[in-house]
Design a protein around this ligand. Structure first.
Ligand code: HEM
Length: 217
């Protein structure tokens, strides 16, 4: 059954690649590449936030951001029913909060990068628009937040491996193919899929916004 639309899958794997290149270029001091991947990540995040409101059902924040009660209920069901817990087509209520946290920390990382300076050669594109105290603070945030991203990505991957080992549920395949296998005897409504044209339009607008932001600065 179709669960992840193409825009969500493209978003996810482009994000993984961009975060990897951004980290490597930052470590190696390849700042042009570091800046461009940062702008690309910002474009991806703007796209994903908009898609969270107008995208396919499983992509929408309203579909996966549930209150703490739903998250605890999911945890309780996992512990009591294990492999037989009811399958969730989109993000489960726990995973939904992980997704929101990942998007938020990535936004903090790229947002602070725009105002980061090494005080010698390299300035983010918006440094001239902020006072020195703000630049100092955001430069520190930019250096520290990446450790948090690494920790959260590690948790993200550990949870995915745990689902495979403990529940026999492969979450990666649907993120590649878009389709999830629903066990026989369970009836679930297929999530409504949004069109690709609005996705392309939103992606274009997000890119235009980022280009305007960093070139008009
Ligand atoms: C830089 C590393 C990564 C980041 C920042 C990241 C971030 C994210 C985000 C934001 C989502 C939500 C997707 C959406 O709804 O738009 C997600 C979901 C997902 N990611 Fe990653 N991811 C990373 C690495 C990986 C890797 C290496 C794998 C595979 C081993 C993976 C597998 C998945 C899967 C399977 C889901 C869907 C989970 C579910 O079924 O609810 N991710 N990831």
């Amino acid at each position: 059954m179709a669960v992840w639309d193409l825009p969500v899958r493209l978003f996810h794997w482009l994000l993984v690649a961009a975060v990897g290149v951004s980290w490597a270029s930052g470590e190696l001091g390849w700042m042009r590449i570091h800046f461009v991947t940062g702008y690309f990540i910002l474009t991806l995040l703007l796209f994903r936030v908009a898609w969270g409101f107008v995208g396919s059902k499983s992509a929408r924040f309203s579909d996966f951001l549930k209150g703490p009660a739903a998250a605890f209920e999911h945890l309780r069901e996992l512990r009591s029913s294990g492999k037989h817990a009811h399958p969730v087509l989109g993000h489960n209520p726990l995973g939904g909060w992980m997704v929101a946290a990942l998007l938020l920390i990535l936004a903090v990382q790229v947002g602070s990068g725009l105002f980061t300076s090494d005080d010698i050669l390299v300035d983010g594109p918006l440094v001239a628009h902020a006072g020195s105290a703000v630049v100092k603070l955001l430069s520190t945030v930019h250096r520290l937040a990446f450790n948090l991203i690494l920790a959260m990505v590690a948790v993200h991957i550990v949870v995915i491996v745990a689902y495979l080992l403990l529940r026999g549920e492969n979450l990666v395949r649907p993120m590649l193919t878009g389709r999830k296998i629903v066990p026989g005897g369970i009836t679930v409504e297929p999530p409504r899929q949004a069109g690709l044209l609005p996705a392309a339009l939103i992606a274009f607008m997000a890119a235009a916004l980022v280009v305007t932001l960093v070139t008009a600065a």
